[in-house]
Design a protein around this ligand. Structure first.
Ligand code: SAM
Length: 272
């Protein structure tokens, strides 16, 4: 059977084999009766069987064609389950989640090689989500909870922090997977906020301000901002002065509120 083929390292296939951890993830996901659920990378179905029992609707996105075909066969009698044989980084998540006005519960043991990119994609559809329970490399999870001015603080911390309350539920050791990854993992919950934590003006501008501020960690904030697309339209020295932020600081020392101030100013100038 295809689901027993050797795991592919290139697809980050570290399958969960620990029943206790699987149960804890399902408990942590708090799936409500009739709630739509999205699972990214169902793999050999360790979580999927439990999700299919509980969800009102279940959509699976799996990039490994053989595993996607196996799930299609497994679920062919179950009208509530759809399998998308595709790349989560390329599919139109907004279109998939707009199938229902109900908010989605996302559950995933993410492939570690693309977990940060997946987080950015999920951030972009935060308004469609009720909750996320994600297994990440522990180090990536630690970054999401890092305070400013420490090495772990980065783009994901600031962007995801704008719209989600993020908590680490528990740590998972390598022995819970087959094959075992080299590092510890962590299960995190992401609860979308009803309002953003700060007024950032235009969110595309915010993303671009944050990404440019972290683009060259050893350079000053002003030099980083100058490399951004918006710097073609505005003077970054004027921006920093107007926002009372010292351009000699490093991007990673800025708080969410300081990023928001910069973003609001750029939003106004670009729109003007
Ligand atoms: N959910 C299963 C489990 O917990 O045992 C498998 C988790 S495994 C860490 C990651 C899964 O994501 C694999 O099944 C892999 O094939 C799939 N995957 C990898 N890259 C993907 C992508 N770009 N889009 C969708 N699925 C992907």
């Amino acid at each position: 059977m295809s689901a027993t083929r050797r795991p592919l390292k290139s697809l980050g296939q570290n399958f969960l084999v620990d029943g206790n951890i699987i149960d804890r993830i399902i408990q942590t996901a708090h799936i409500q009766p009739d709630q739509p659920v999205l699972e990214i990378g169902p793999g050999r179905g360790a979580l999927t069987v439990h999700l299919a029992e509980r969800a009102g609707r279940l959509v699976l996105i799996e990039f490994d064609h053989a595993l996607a075909a196996w799930h299609q066969d497994q679920q062919k009698e179950n009208q509530r389950v759809s399998v998308i044989d595709g790349d989560v980084l390329k599919v139109d998540l907004e279109a998939i989640l707009s199938e229902t006005a109900q908010k989605w519960n996302v559950v995933a043991n993410l492939p570690y090689n693309i977990s940060t990119e997946v987080l950015f994609r999920l951030y972009a559809v935060h308004h469609r989500l009720a909750r996320m329970t994600l297994m990440l490399q522990k180090e990536v999870g630690d970054r999401l909870a890092a305070p400013p001015d420490c090495s772990a603080y980065g783009v994901t911390t600031v962007l995801l922090g704008l719209w989600f309350d993020i908590r680490r539920a528990f740590v998972v050791h390598p022995g819970s997977f087959h094959p075992s990854p080299k590092v510890d993992s962590a299960v995190l919950t992401f609860i979308p906020l009803s309002e953003a934590r700060a007024d950032v003006g235009n969110e595309d501008v915010f993303r671009s301000v944050v990404k440019s501020a972290f683009s060259m960690r050893r350079k000053t904030l002003i030099n980083c901002l100058k490399s951004a697309e918006f710097a073609k339209q505005i003077d970054c020295g004027e921006l920093l002065e107007a926002c009372a932020i010292d351009g000699r600081r490093r991007g990673e020392t800025l708080s969410l509120e300081e990023f928001a101030v910069l973003s609001r100013w750029v939003t106004e100038k670009v729109a003007a």
